[in-house]
Design a protein around this ligand. Structure first.
Ligand code: FMN
Length: 197
């Protein structure tokens, strides 16, 4: 196997495509695409997102100390992409232009995307400037899902949600592939392996 060093780049693949929902000072809803994002902690449940300080969203997060994380499905990928190419600084009606509806989150002062299957309601817990981006930690206060995307035990089902997966290097969107095995289980064959005598 020939290994080639590509240098220090943000090249881990894939990332999610999340939409951060915020209100500006006048109460206008804004939504921005974020791919530098993930789950950061279990107890308390937290997300991490990297947001440039130039984004209107960043200003809004500091103003209200909260935000929603909205998970788009593949059908609404073009609308989600749009949220990543126009700023709320220039366009106050991003939701209207995308043909999507802002709902008011139940636990925080932030909008969510009604048409998306799942959203998280987060309070700003911490932030740290890394360089190009500010790393924002949001504590998840509630998770709200459309009933149709829950499994028989009431948990979010990835196939039903049909989330958008982002490949940063290729700058392309993908859907979810096949289930290839059960986590914490398929590795057991190695754990249980006996040392050769
Ligand atoms: C696929 C995709 C991923 C993006 N990821 C991020 C990100 O993680 N952090 C960021 O600051 N901007 C990211 N952007 C750019 C912002 O979404 C974009 O600048 C947006 O217009 C900002 O909106 P706002 O100024 O209304 O907040 C991304 C854009 C796209 C299309």
């Amino acid at each position: 196997m020939a290994e080639i060093s590509l240098g220090p780049r943000p090249y881990a693949v894939p990332t999610p495509l999340w939409i951060i929902g915020t209100y500006d000072r006048e109460g206008n809803p804004d939504a921005m695409a974020a791919a530098w994002a993930g789950i950061a902690n279990s107890e308390p449940p937290c997300v991490v997102v990297g947001v440039r300080s130039s984004r209107k969203t960043y200003e809004n997060i500091l103003e209200n100390r909260c935000f929603t994380i909205n998970v788009p499905n593949t059908t609404l990928a073009p609308q989600a992409d749009y949220f990543g190419i126009e700023s709320g600084r220039e366009e106050k009606g991003k939701f209207e232009k995308a043909g999507l509806t802002p709902g008011r989150a139940g636990k925080i002062n932030a909008p969510y995307v009604r048409e998306f299957p799942l959203h998280l309601e987060c309070r700003l817990a911490d932030r740290m400037t890394m360089g190009s981006h500010v790393v924002i930690i949001g504590q998840i206060l509630d998770v709200v899902a459309d009933e149709s995307v829950l499994d028989e035990k009431g948990r979010p089902d990835i196939k039903k949600i049909d989330p958008v997966i982002f490949a940063p290097v290729m700058q392309a969107y993908f859907g979810v592939g096949e289930n290839i095995g059960k986590a914490f289980e398929i590795g057991k064959e190695f754990k249980d392996k006996k040392d050769p005598e």
